[in-house]
Design a protein around this ligand. Structure first.
Ligand code: COA
Length: 261
């Protein structure tokens, strides 16, 4: 993998691929290079069989303060289209990685930072976290999926509130709204979030991938079609060696050893 300048990466012994957004002096704002490097890192995580999950955090006091306002300032309509599509493409790559991902939010997650977090499978936050979609303060709208994923995660009313007021919510509110599913004291965030991600990476990988795909694709289908999709994935899971192993291990009262086959 290439040397990165805006992110730090580490493949840990337990298979977790750790990505740290690393422009702390700019509050980890997403410039062009960071978007390209994130795409490269997500592709590596997808293609590398020893990677079991992706852990994303931010260096310093921010998770990520959003898309690069310097670039936004110069964008006309055509640039704006490319700008939005580029971010959407990168974040969709995370969302469709086929492996669990977790964004651990230590501080500001604004604009593109909130949108990046919403593209991960799981979000956790410390009591110092803040979330928001403040694009309207700049005369634009969320463009990296914010209007759509926020509404899907917290409901239309709350998404409209955040997107049209540009106001920020704290970690506790994000937890109460279901935007994050684990809230920790600041000093515990990384350790507790890692443990949380490990709960997913230690399950049968093909089954976990199926859950991610069926929920992603089924969410926008009419219920009968979504249920049919679930049934097909269930059937496919029944044909895996991991299903034989998982059910045998339960009946034999031992821990399952999954191979992802
Ligand atoms: N794009 C580019 N640079 C950004 C940025 C962004 N989204 N967010 C912060 N920065 C830069 C600042 O320009 C500043 O750079 P400088 O030191 O060269 O002047 C540095 O990061 C620190 O930010 P600063 O505003 O001084 O920190 P703060 O603690 O006073 O305020 C925020 C923090 C997050 C409230 C504030 O930076 C902010 O509102 N950022 C923009 C958030 C946003 O609108 N995101 C959506 C973008 S579409």
């Amino acid at each position: 993998m290439q040397n990165f300048t805006t992110i730090k990466t580490l493949l840990a012994d337990d298979g977790i691929f750790e990505i740290t957004l690393s422009r702390p002096d700019k509050l980890n704002a997403l410039n062009d290079t960071m978007l390209q490097e994130l795409f490269c890192a997500f592709s590596y995580a997808k293609e590398t069989s020893s990677v079991t999950g992706v852990f994303i955090s931010g260096e310093g006091k921010a998770f990520c303060a959003g898309a690069d306002i310097n670039r936004l300032a110069k964008a006309d309509a055509l640039d704006g289209l490319a700008f939005a599509r580029q971010g959407q493409h990168v974040f969709r790559a995370l969302e469709t990685l086929g492996k669990p991902s977790l964004a651990a939010i230590n501080g500001y997650a604004f604009g593109g930072g909130c949108e990046l977090a919403m593209s991960a499978s799981i979000r956790t936050a410390s009591d110092k976290a803040q979330f928001g979609q403040p694009e309207v303060k700049l005369g634009v709208i969320p463009g990296y999926g914010g209007t759509q994923r926020l509404a899907r995660l917290v409901g239309k009313g709350r998404a409209i509130d955040l997107c049209i007021t540009g106001r920020f919510i704290d970690g506790k509110t994000a937890y109460d709204w279901g935007l994050v599913t684990l809230l920790t004291p600041g000093e515990d965030l990384l350790m507790k979030s890692r443990e949380h991600l490990l709960m997913a990476t230690q399950q049968a990988p093909l089954a976990v991938a199926s859950c991610l795909q069926v929920i992603d694709e089924g969410f926008n289908l009419p219920l009968p079609q979504a249920l049919e999709l679930e049934a097909l994935h269930f059937a496919t899971a029944c044909a895996t060696k991991d299903k034989t192993e998982g059910t045998s291990a339960f009946l034999e009262k031992r821990k399952a050893v999954f191979k992802g086959k």
